[in-house]
Design a binder for this molecule. Structure first.
Ligand code: SF4
Ligand code: SF4
Length: 503
């Protein structure tokens, strides 16, 4: 290793007895790991990101990837990662960027929470034979309903109901913007949510016209850069989300590199081709809850009070009082994004060190809203590292109304979590705008994959609820009695308001 060169993360090798010299690895690797020299395919392992495209495309299973070859001796304090970052920064003098979610090996609270099941004295419910109610309404709920008698003697509802989003399953897809991800990735997800009767977010990149047919299932985002925001955009969305913060990078704005801003992205975001799209850290018109109220009301006024408005925040230390303020701000839902949340590009130091886990954020926010008597004023949407139907069920039992998934949907589309989304070279056609790479992702096929994932989780959620003797999502929400903590300390159990296993 020469001075300033970064040690390689992977060792790539080809079994030359298996290889038929078809060249697909060269064609498929957008990072330039393979090249032909004479009649030989040469490998530059140092360039490998672990995207595994070559492994998937090799017709002879001839390629092997080994993680972390030893480029230098191990050390418990000066770990490989620490040294790698120092080498990178000594070379570049820049902030280290990273994609995807927090990559630190920290305990995941979800994995230390266990769900309950009925035995003998309380019968479980078989979801194959009995109806399960998974329909979820996102938005304000009235504390009580008033009815009045009409002159004809009929009874009609007097209480004015706030606009709600109706979800057939409590799983939505979070905001991943056009620009950060490809149009084919967005189209895949839009088709899936439309088919399933749920919703996805546009991200802060505007709404591409090819997504107009799915607009009734899109939540349009207003972020600090206001990219793509105009009245047409607001009117097209089923709901509007004001993004204040993101779990992967709390406290800072967004950055879409200029190389990802092609003609289409430029038109949709309303920015010049090739220019970096930099969203400021704060909204320059929001410095208090009162300012937030003004923006929410302006958005509602602009859309004739017909659409719910969400506010998305990163899960930070005082998330509960902040959410309580948002509940009083006339917002209809608070979206809380935990510190394992994904990103197209974030400074690695933020991604891996700032914020708190979504599990504790849900519990403390739900608790605070109940204590203050405003839980009905607002729905809680949780995101940031939801990996399975078990995480979904536990999130709802902790107090969420629904979850947003992000990385899980991308994995369904082929993403291998290589963390290089910000380089515009995603070989799976997801986090790239290069036409030759984008065309690798077929939106029809992608939609089936995403839809299958959400269906599978929904079936599993029904089974988990049935096993616990619960036939309505309403009865699972905030039902922490059906959770037990395993290998969690007393303080954490207290914050989660969950008993230890065995109690
Ligand atoms: S894709 Fe596989 S078979 Fe084809 S050249 Fe590469 S290693 Fe050989
Ligand atoms: S979207 Fe593409 S670049 Fe990003 S982590 Fe997944 S495979 Fe890698």
């Amino acid at each position: 290793m020469t001075l300033g060169s970064v040690p390689s993360k992977f060792k790539v090798s080809i079994d030359r007895d298996q290889c038929m010299d078809c060249g697909r690895c060269i064609e498929n690797c957008s990072y330039g790991v393979y090249r032909r020299e004479g009649d030989k395919i040469l490998i530059e392992s140092r360039k490998c990101t672990g995207c595994l495209r070559c492994v998937a495309m090799c017709p002879r299973d001839a390629i092997t990837l080994t993680e972390k070859p030893i480029d230098y001796r191990s050390h418990p304090l000066w770990t490989r990662e620490v040294r790698e970052d120092i080498i990178k920064q000594a070379r570049s003098g820049k902030i280290i960027l990273s994609g995807m979610g927090n990559a630190r090996d920290l305990p995941v609270v979800y994995d230390r929470l266990l769900l309950d099941a009925c035995q003998v004295t309380n019968p479980s419910i078989d979801p194959l034979r009995e109806p399960m109610e998974l329909r979820t309404y996102i938005g304000k709920k009235p504390s009580k309903l008033n009815f009045r008698k009409t002159e004809s003697g009929d009874v009609e509802l007097e209480t004015k109901l706030a606009p709600n989003l109706k979800l057939n399953t409590p799983i939505m897809i979070g905001h991943m913007s056009f620009g950060a991800i490809s149009l084919n990735a967005q189209l895949s997800m839009a088709k899936a949510v439309t088919e399933l009767g749920t919703y996805m977010g546009t991200g802060e990149g505007g709404l591409h016209r090819d997504l107009y047919p799915y607009q009734d299932h899109m939540v349009v985002q207003v972020a600090s850069g206001r990219f793509g925001v105009n009245i047409d955009y607001l009117e097209r969305g089923a709901a509007i989300e004001i993004k204040i913060g993101q779990g992967a990078k709390p406290g800072i704005g967004g950055h879409l590199p200029g190389e990802k801003v092609n003609e289409e992205v430029s038109r949709t975001r309303m920015i010049p081709v090739g220019s970096d799209a930099i969203s400021p850290a704060p909204h320059h018109d929001i410095y208090s809850i009162e300012d937030l109220v003004q923006l929410i009301r302006s958005l509602k006024e602009a859309t004739e009070w017909k659409k719910p408005v969400f506010v998305k925040i990163a899960a930070v230390h005082n998330v509960a009082p902040i959410a309580a303020g948002i509940a009083r701000s006339s917002a209809d839902a608070v979206v809380i994004d935990g510190f394992r949340g994904g990103t197209g590009a974030a400074p690695k130091v933020f991604r891996d060190n700032v914020g708190i886990p979504i599990e504790v954020a849900i519990a403390s926010v739900d608790q605070k809203l109940r204590e203050q008597g405003v839980r009905n004023e607002i729905s809680i949407i949780a995101s940031g590292g939801i990996r399975s139907s078990a995480d979904l069920a536990k999130s709802i039992a902790l107090g969420a109304d629904a979850v947003n998934i992000g990385t899980a949907a991308l994995v369904a589309l082929g993403c291998r979590v290589c963390g290089n989304c910000y380089r515009n070279l995603c070989p799976w056609g997801i986090a790239t705008q290069r036409p030759e790479l984008v065309s690798r992702l077929d939106p029809e096929r992608g939609a089936v994959q995403v839809s299958n994932l959400i269906k599978g989780w929904t079936y599993e959620l029904s089974e988990l609820m049935g096993a616990a003797g619960i036939n309505s999502i309403e009865s699972l929400r905030g039902n922490r009695d059906r959770l037990r903590g395993y290998m969690l300390d007393e303080e954490m159990l207290k914050i989660l308001d969950v008993l230890p296993a065995g109690a």
